[in-house]
Design a protein around this ligand. Structure first.
Ligand code: GDP
Length: 206
């Protein structure tokens, strides 16, 4: 029996959500862009500091807004499981200011619309990820300025990554899981699905 943590990965189209997830789980990167049209759930198992967790990673297709009610979530298949996720990864492209504005909007809506429960809005871990770090010559804002804004004002974690070069991909999941676990954002128990060999103390999947 292991604990399950659900993580919703949200961001504007083309920022690299699927690439980050697939790099994390399969060590795989695809240059071709295939837009995510429906919600996809990945279920890797990870070991973090000696404990095993089953992750339910939701690759959320573009949504115009965070679902404001349970009924809205159930009416829109793309949003299933988004409202009560244990943690959020909000991805933007460091070269695309619009994708940052999208993350800003979604983060505010999470704060406004999360159901008040054991994981209330102020407690739910949110990690903002600036992806495509390999293209940083084209970034729209210095890293330090974004980092200060996200950490100090939004009170979220901030990591820059490159799904293409597998740079900080494991780190970003590890950071998020450490916060989620330490805040006790735990869901139910479920059986393990091992998908390969475990690597100790790394959020690598099997
Ligand atoms: P999603 O719509 O957010 O899921 O985005 P995808 O993961 O499908 O990626 C969109 C496009 O960006 C694809 O062509 C990827 O190859 C590319 N891409 C994703 N991550 C990176 C990255 O870190 N660096 C670069 N240069 N391209 C990336």
């Amino acid at each position: 029996m292991v604990e399950t943590l659900s993580i919703a990965v949200i961001g504007a189209p083309g920022v690299g959500k699927t690439s980050i997830i697939r790099q994390f789980i399969y060590h795989d990167f695809c240059e071709a862009y295939t837009p995510t049209r429906s919600r996809y759930v990945y279920r890797p198992a990870v070991i973090l500091n000696g404990s095993m967790y089953e992750l339910k990673v939701l690759d959320v297709p573009p949504i115009s807004a965070f679902p404001s009610s349970t009924s809205q979530e159930w009416l829109d298949l793309r949003c299933r499981g988004v409202r009560n996720a244990n943690a959020y990864i909000l991805v933007y492209d460091i070269c695309c200011v619009e994708s940052f504005e999208y993350v800003k909007m979604i983060r505010q809506q999470i704060m406004d619309n999360r159901e008040g429960s054991s994981s209330s809005s102020s407690e739910v871990p949110i990690l903002v990820v600036g992806n495509k770090r390999d293209l940083q010559r084209h970034r729209f804002m210095p890293r330090r300025a974004v980092s200060v804004l996200v950490k100090k004002t939004w009170k979220c974690g901030y990591v820059e990554a490159s799904a293409k070069f597998n740079w900080h991909v494991i780190l970003l999941f590890k950071e998020l899981l450490c916060i989620a676990v330490s805040r006790g954002a735990r869901q139910n128990h479920t059986s393990i699905r091992l998908q390969g060999a475990l690597q100790r103390n790394r959020c690598t999947i099997m």
